[in-house]
Structure formats: structure tokens, C-alpha cells
Design a protein around this ligand. Structure first.
Ligand code: HEC
Length: 394
């Protein structure tokens, strides 16, 4: 299935954002998720250790579970096609990675498979951190309990808890780690854990008061660098200023207001001072696009804002929803006032992603996609000048 899967998703990629999501009554099929969990139960404990993962007596069971994961991720991907752009992207990524993991395992590349398997768990985490949980997952508790989690570094343990949807347990793990006098805040910050914690605490649990207590305690520590102290002070101030989610303010207006408050806190576009407002704005917008049943300029603007927030927040080069969000925004409303900015942001991100030591090498399909998006924006904004990468005239 590997190859067809990749081809299908390339075709899908080209059309991403053209069809708008079915509104989110279409939850992901719980049977699919529960079956994915069954594969996790076999693979995850073994994957914590290189030797167990490659042990000859386990290979048949692990190989079968990985093949099953590939199959299920394919199902999720088909379902994801009818959903909004972020869900579509994450389910596609999961399907591609699952196929690759299974291929590596079958061909005896156990370490490569194990590495990608762990990286792939971030895709589960990212998708599970988008919106409030309908419920914690009882079976997940059993799996976590069956693993010696005390032996895991806190970051891995928290990830495991979010993957298995033990959100309250994950918050506890983070909080113990953050309060540990032996753990250096700078190092914690570098792993992205403060961001992850806020994501779970604000989006999923909707509990800013809890996050406020955590960061007030952090602010009281003496061992913060000057720049982290500035960020933490800004998070404390914004958590104090975060009012209850209003029911009657339209999502776009609320998101714009939150983003403006975030900008007012930031000394530079690259600091993390606006983190709390960014996450809250992203939550609001995510809800809005999930619930929208028709393409519109407002949904396109929501995608644009989601893309810019994602580009600012998320520093992982291999899993970012920024590009699919921006692309969906442009395809939905190339004539909108924000479309040129959406295109410029997408172009910049794409170029950043492909400029390596060998100079700029865009794969032909990526180049075509950019050229196509540029043409659609330019048709509506004819005075626009190409910047950076000059899209071919045609
Ligand atoms: C594209 C988005 C997405 C990805 C990727 C994803 N999930 Fe989920 N998953 C969900 C959503 C949404 C729910 C909640 C369904 C609900 O509330 O009805 C869910 C629910 C679950 C549940 C609970 C099922 C139940 O019966 O309550 C488990 C377990 C689970 N996911 C495991 C995983 C694992 C393991 C991975 C990665 C290998 C993964 N998921 C990847 C979206 C995703």
C-alpha cells in the first residue's frame, strides 16, 4: 500500500482546502482509534528499548501490529479528507509515517523503525491537543500503568500520557517536572514542554487558573535567564487577563483581539511572550473552522490566522500544520485582502524548509504547487510583485 498511499496523498495535497470539511459531527471513527490503540499496546512497550524491539521472538507480533497500524492509519486518512485542513494534514502524515515504519521494520531496519515510531507519536499528540477531550480513555490508563513510567524521562512520560489520552495525568507529570529544583528551566523550555503543557491545560482542560498557579510558581524561581523570565512574566500576566470564553463574541473578532493583546506583550516577533494568547486564539479559530460547513472569506481568514500562529508557535520542522492551513486559506479565497499575506508566509516557510547547505532545491511538485498558488493570488491582486522566490511566469 505504501506507494499508492503516497501517490494518493500527493493528489490530495494538490487539492487540499478545495473541499471544506464536513462539520465536526464527523468525529474520527472511535473504532479506528480504539484499534490503533491495540497496536500501540503491542508496539509501544517493546519500543522503549532497542533490544526488545528487535528481539526475534517478538518480531512477528510487532510486524503484524505495525502492518495493522498502516492499514488503520489509511482508514483515518480517508476519513480526514472530508475534514478541515489541519486534521487532513495530520491524518495524512500519520498514514505516510505508518507505511514507512512498517516498511523499515519488515526490511530489518529496526532502529530506523523505532526512531520514526517515536517521532510519529508526536502526530497523535498534536491531533489530540487540538480541541477539548470528549473523555479520558480508560484503557489508556491500563497501558500506562503496565509500563515502568518512573524510569522514563518526564518528557517521554507526559507524551505517553497524552498519546493515550490521560490528560490529567500528563498535567501532573509536567507540573512535577517544572517544580523539580534539579531540572533547569532553560532546558525544559528548549524541549517545548511549557508550550505543550499550556496546550493541554488551556485547549483540552480549559483551565487557565491551573496554568496560572504553575507559572506563578515558576516565576518565583531564582534560576531563570533574563529572556525566559520575560516570557514567564508575560504568561502570568496574560493568564490573569484571560477572561472566561465568551459565548456571544464571534470567533474571528475574539481571535483578532487575542492576537493584538499578544502582540502588545512581545518585544520581538521571535520571543514567546504571546504564547498564552496565541494558544487561546488558535483554539478559538480551530473551533470555528471545525464547525464551518461552507467555504467563506471568514473561514479563509481563520485558516490564515491559524497558519501564522502555527508558524510562530511550532518549531518542529517535520510536523507543522502552518503550510496546510495557509494553503487552505489561499485556495478558499485567493481574492481576499489577506491572501497576498497568506501566500508570502507560505512561500517563506516553504523556502525555509528546503534551503539546505546545497542551496535552494525545490522538488518539482512543491514548485508547481507554489506557482499555482501564486498564480491564483496574482490573478486577483495584479499589482502584487513576486518576492524571494520568483514564481515562473506562466
Ligand atoms: C488526525 C487526528 C488524530 C490522530 C493523528 C490521532 N488521533 Fe486518536 N483521536 C482523535 C480524536 C479527535 C479522538 C477523540 C474521539 C472522540 O472524542 O470521540 C481520538 C481518540 C483516541 C483514543 C480514544 C478512543 C476512545 O474510544 O475513546 C485513542 C486511544 C487514540 N485516539 C489513540 C491514538 C493514537 C495511539 C494515535 C497515534 C498513533 C492517534 N490516536 C492519532 C484524533 C486523532
Amino acid at each position: 500500500m505504501g506507494r499508492t498511499c503516497v501517490l494518493a496523498s500527493l493528489a490530495l495535497w494538490a487539492s487540499a482546502g478545495l473541499a471544506l470539511a464536513a462539520p465536526s459531527d464527523g468525529k474520527p471513527p472511535q473504532p479506528t482509534m480504539a484499534a490503533i490503540f491495540e497496536t500501540l499496546r503491542v508496539v509501544l512497550p517493546a519500543s522503549l528499548d532497542a533490544e526488545s524491539f528487535a528481539a526475534p521472538e517478538r518480531q512477528a507480533a510487532i510486524g503484524a501490529a505495525l502492518a495493522q497500524l498502516e492499514h488503520l492509519a489509511g482508514d483515518l486518512e480517508s476519513h480526514g479528507r472530508a475534514r478541515e485542513a489541519g486534521f487532513g494534514y495530520l491524518s495524512r502524515t500519520l498514514a505516510q509515517d505508518a507505511a514507512e515504519i512498517s516498511r523499515r521494520y519488515r526490511s530489518g531496519q529496526f532502529e530506523g523503525a523505532r526512531f520514526l515510531y517515536h517521532q510519529n507519536l508526536e502526530t497523535c499528540v498534536t491531533c489530540h491537543s487540538r480541541l477539548p477531550a470528549a473523555r479520558d480513555f480508560g484503557l489508556g490508563r491500563g497501558l500506562v500503568a503496565s509500563i515502568d513510567t518512573d524510569a522514563l524521562p518526564p518528557r517521554q512520560r507526559a507524551r505517553l500520557e497524552v498519546v493515550t489520552r490521560q490528560f490529567a495525568a500528563a498535567l501532573g507529570t509536567y507540573e512535577r517536572w517544572f517544580a523539580d529544583p534539579a531540572a533547569r528551566p532553560e532546558q525544559i523550555d528548549r524541549t517545548g514542554a511549557y508550550y505543550r503543557y499550556l496546550d493541554v491545560c488551556l485547549r483540552i482542560e480549559g483551565d487557565p487558573a491551573r496554568a496560572l498557579r504553575t507559572f506563578e510558581a515558576l516565576a518565583a524561581r531564582k534560576d531563570l535567564s533574563a529572556s525566559l523570565r520575560r516570557d514567564v512574566d508575560a504568561w502570568v500576566r496574560s493568564l490573569r487577563g484571560l477572561e472566561a470564553r465568551p459565548v456571544d463574541t464571534p470567533a474571528l473578532a475574539r481571535a483578532r483581539d487575542l492576537l493584538a493583546r499578544g502582540r502588545a506583550l512581545s518585544a520581538s516577533p521571535h520571543d514567546a511572550a504571546s504564547l498564552v494568547y496565541d494558544i487561546e486564539a488558535s483554539f478559538t479559530l480551530q473551533h470555528f473552522v471545525d464547525a464551518a460547513s461552507e467555504p467563506s472569506e471568514a473561514v479563509s481568514e481563520a485558516y490564515y490566522l491559524l497558519g501564522t500562529i502555527e508558524a510562530r508557535l511550532w518549531r518542529s520542522p517535520w510536523l507543522s500544520q502552518a503550510e496546510p492551513f495557509l494553503e487552505a486559506s489561499i485556495r478558499m479565497a485567493p481574492g481576499a485582502a489577506h491572501a497576498p499575506r497568506a501566500y508570502a508566509a507560505l512561500e517563506e516557510l516553504t523556502l525555509l524548509g528546503y534551503s539546505g547547505s546545497a542551496g535552494l532545491q525545490l522538488p518539482p511538485d512543491v514548485e508547481r504547487r507554489l506557482a499555482d498558488l501564486w498564480a491564483s493570488v496574482h490573478a486577483h491582486h495584479p499589482t502584487l510583485q513576486p518576492k524571494g522566490w520568483s514564481a515562473p511566469e506562466s
